[in-house]
Design a protein around this ligand. Structure first.
Ligand SMILES: [Zn+2]
Ligand SMILES: [Zn+2]
Length: 151
């Protein structure tokens, strides 16, 4: 079979390049499901989503995007700190919800920001048979951990 011959050729090439045995080279060629390296957009979204809050308000916020820390708490007059960013919509992939915690008391507040260059997912339009409207589906990137995932 041609496909098989091509595959064997690729494995032999890998063996020659890496010094692996045929069995090892063949096994490593098979990419496990869900284990592929994230693409650039996914990586950017994961960086936007997962970070540790800044230790001090003198340091730049590690969220890497638009945020508004430094607001004063009405209750204790300490400063609010940006502590989390999660997808902030089920349909708008550019909407992120930012949470701010007071550094002096238990006060907290959140609001949604729009980051057009940092979507948390993709919008796919799936064509249907003639006469039917296409289905629009919102898919969060793998690993993004949407708090209220679109169905
Ligand atoms: Zn921030
Ligand atoms: Zn406070």
């Amino acid at each position: 079979m041609t496909t098989n011959r091509v595959r064997k050729g690729v494995i032999r090439g890998r063996m020659a390049a890496s010094g692996e045995s045929y069995v090892v080279a063949a096994r490593r060629m098979a990419v496990p499901r869900g284990a592929k390296a994230p693409d650039a957009q996914t990586a950017a979204a994961l960086r936007t989503r997962y970070w540790e809050p800044a230790e001090s308000l003198d340091l730049p916020c590690p969220c890497g995007g638009t945020c508004a820390p430094g607001e004063r708490c009405a209750r204790c007059h300490a400063t609010f700190r940006h502590v989390a960013r999660v997808p902030g919509s089920r349909v708008d992939v550019e909407a992120w919800q930012d949470r701010y915690d007071c550094t002096g008391c238990a006060a907290t507040h959140s609001f949604v920001v729009t980051l057009p260059d940092r979507p948390w997912g993709v919008v796919r339009t799936i064509p249907q048979r003639a006469g039917r409207d296409p289905i629009v589906r919102v898919e969060p990137f793998e690993g993004i951990g949407h708090p209220d995932p679109p169905r």
